[in-house]
Design a protein. Structure first.
Length: 241
């Protein structure tokens, strides 16, 4: 029992960092002058004035006036975040261009005009455009259909403007490839846990097969080197005799 108590005292002393087994370490005297000094520095600083001021955003088209808190020394003419409101440049066409190169089976002029109107309103966000598409007047369309029609118009207008160039500025949209990609992605998402585990098992087995194949090829190469070395040795011994 005495040995246990002494052991506990030694351990406590080591943890407390004291030279004595039972005495706690002396308290370190802190210098609170620095804290007071910082308080004095903070207290001497002049508080900046703020005002409730109106502002307008040049990115808006309705000339709306809003209000926010702003430092008195901030005298900007336009809202600073207006530069981040980027507007997509939507294609435009004339009647002559439409009648010449933009007609497409399954799409009327009214359908195409409605498509470009939605593109202007929603900045080419095709998912939103598909949601706002007027099915009662223009029939049901998928996101791929809207993209195909829009980028097909863009491709034809590029070729019309720069007929000498072999490759237009914007590539042609591959609707078939996009449809297949989405179908494959949907199949990937709807897999069950058993199917995922089976695929992982097959991938692991394929990895083991690949390792064994490389080991077998290495052994064959080593064997061929040994045979070649033995042939060279026998040829040299024959020439000496």
């Amino acid at each position: 029992k005495q040995w246990y108590q002494r052991r506990v005292a030694i351990t406590a002393g080591a943890l407390l960092g004291s030279t004595n087994e039972l005495d706690p370490p002396p308290l370190q005297k802190g210098n609170d002058k620095g804290l007071r000094h910082m308080k004095q520095l903070f207290g001497n600083r002049k508080v900046r004035s703020w005002q409730w001021k109106p502002f307008r955003n040049s990115a808006r088209s309705d000339n709306l006036t809003l209000y926010h808190w702003r430092r008195c020394d901030d005298n900007f003419t336009d809202y600073p975040f207006a530069k981040y409101a980027k507007k997509c440049e939507v294609i435009k066409y004339t009647d002559e261009q439409y009648n010449g190169v933009l007609q497409q089976p399954g799409w009327t002029r009214a359908d195409t005009d409605h498509l470009l109107d939605l593109a202007n309103r929603f900045d080419l966000r095709f998912v939103v455009m598909k949601d706002r598409w007027d099915k009662s007047r223009h029939g049901a369309r998928s996101v791929v259909d809207l993209k195909e029609r829009y980028y097909n118009i863009q491709y034809r207008l590029d070729k019309l403007k720069d007929s000498e160039s072999e490759q237009p500025k914007h590539p042609l949209y591959d609707a078939e490839h996009e449809t297949i990609r989405k179908e494959q992605l949907e199949k990937l998402y709807i897999r069950t846990r058993e199917e995922v585990e089976e695929e992982e098992y097959l991938v692991e087995e394929l990895r083991k097969i690949e390792i064994r194949r490389k080991e077998r090829e290495k052994k064959q190469q080593d064997l061929q080197r040994l045979i070649l070395a033995a042939d060279q040795l026998s040829d040299s011994s024959t020439s000496l005799t």
